[in-house]
Ligand binder design. Structure first.
Ligand code: ZN
Length: 202
């Protein structure tokens, strides 16, 4: 194991674990998170840190660029959709938060590739981010004065795209319409630590 991890584990055992031993032990009986967060794999954005959450509070789904795919029947290995199904259908979370962030490399790649899939089919990354291709048409480039602004506009649009895709799953749409589930979009800026709400009406 890398030394960095072993040292961190030792500090965890002697610090956090000792302080929260009872709570952590109780969690071994089962998890009952009320909130599911879809966030990016980016090492700089940790939902538990940003929301000051304890173990057991957040069901976190991480993928490149915090994308929610649309409902798809084909294929077998739908990691994000499977995690959402578990959170919504089995854990019955009451909120799903799509947490985007500034300077997202996945969204940058989407822009660079124009949302086109890898013709050879060898790049998992290009094929993955291509699901957000509609985002590139939704952003009004004339309203963006700089590359940073365009990047941010694409990050916001991608969160909206994911919110719409969430509603393509019938078991999500049904719960939202029944008032048992709320969907939220937020964009986190690491440099200023600000959190912006993204709604479908923006
Ligand atoms: Zn990212």
């Amino acid at each position: 194991m890398p030394d960095r991890l072993m040292e961190g584990y030792q500090r965890f055992r002697e610090g956090y674990y000792e302080e929260h031993k009872d709570a952590l032990s109780a969690l071994s009986e089962g998890q009952h998170p009320r909130i599911c967060v879809v966030s990016c794999c980016d090492s700089r954005v940790d939902p538990s840190l940003v929301f000051d959450a304890s173990p057991g509070e957040l069901f976190v789904v991480r993928n490149v660029a915090n994308l929610v795919p649309p409902l798809e029947q084909g294929g077998r290995y739908h990691g994000t959709s499977a995690a959402l199904e578990f959170a919504v259908q089995h854990l019955k979370v009451e909120h799903v938060v799509v947490l985007g962030h500034a300077k997202c490399g996945g969204i940058q790649l989407l822009r660079e590739t124009g949302g086109n899939e890898d013709p050879e089919g060898l790049s998992y990354l290009k094929n993955w981010v291509s699901m957000a291709r509609p985002v590139l048409d939704q952003v009004n480039k004339d309203e963006c004065c700089s590359d940073d602004e365009l990047q941010t506009a694409c990050e916001h649009a991608s969160i909206r795209n994911s919110l719409n895709n969430l509603m393509s799953f019938p078991w999500i749409a049904e719960r939202v319409k029944g008032g048992n589930l709320e969907l939220h979009g937020w964009h986190y800026d690491l440099a200023t630590s600000t959190l912006k709400m993204i709604t479908l009406k923006d």
